[in-house]
Ligand binder design. Sequence first.
Ligand code: ADP
Ligand code: MG
Length: 291
Amino acid sequence: SIPLGYFGGIGRSSMQGILVKGSNYLDVLASVTTVAFDKTGTLTEGVFKVNDVVTNNGFTKDSLIEFAAAAEYHSTHPIAVSIVDIQNAKGEPVQESKISEHTVRSGMGVEAVYEGHRVLVGNNRLMEKNGVEYQNKNYEGTIAHVSVDGKYAGHIAIGDNLRSDARQAIRSLKDMGVKEVVMLTGDNEQTAAAVAKTLGLDSFHANLLPEDKVDYFEKINSNNRDSGKIAFVGDGINDAPVIARADVGIAMGAMGSDAAVETADVVLMVDSPLKVAEAISIAKQTRRIVW
Ligand code: ADP
Ligand code: MG
């Protein structure tokens, strides 16, 4: 039978907007020694603003934005939403009928055909994979490169704010004895390093594809096997596989994807990293009562 204390733990969690899908996850949460965070939408707000638009090879800013918005039209990624918004703000929304062959390149960007032109929008890796000569290789910040029919059209420099309570969340986790707080991100090294420094993270890994995040997870998992449990926290935009693989998978539920909410062991009803510390704290208190 399940000790009564567990119901108390699950009940207390749910009152704080923390949905724990089983008493076993309270046990795992109480034993967490490593917390791995996704970056975009988890430690950051996942709302991008445009800082700069730079064109190349004779493209105008207007045509660059139009091609980019068309390629991003069908994507739900926060970067896509921000780029489509710029085009919409001009009062000339992209015509859906002109877009074909849309494909998401997970952890890299998107690809689509717009008015017969093959358009790519994404990071350095997407450009390299497709042999596109691009510029601004070491920019600190997130860059959406745009290529049209294999030609580099330019890039859109975008920025995403850190969540206001992210720093405090990391500090709380360290204070309660979590040994390692790490960030796993598909974004570039420079941006990841800046975020890690600002937030006081123990370590970070950049340029990861969604499958690299799973691989990384399996590695730390086998190294850490005896010394504690590992939590992964994500918003679920392409990180449902890692959420599934973690000892305890935590999804930010308010803005997060349905797949993540379904896969996760713990769902946060408020998109706040501070809730992760709160969940672990409640779990530890519950264990003291149960044992
Ligand atoms: P994170 O790991 O930080 O949550 P993602 O895995 O969602 O980030 O994406 C990794 C990187 O891939 C982004 O930083 C961005 O450079 C690029 N990217 C992903 N999706 C898109 C998109 N729709 N448009 C442009 N770039 C994208
Ligand atoms: Mg993400």
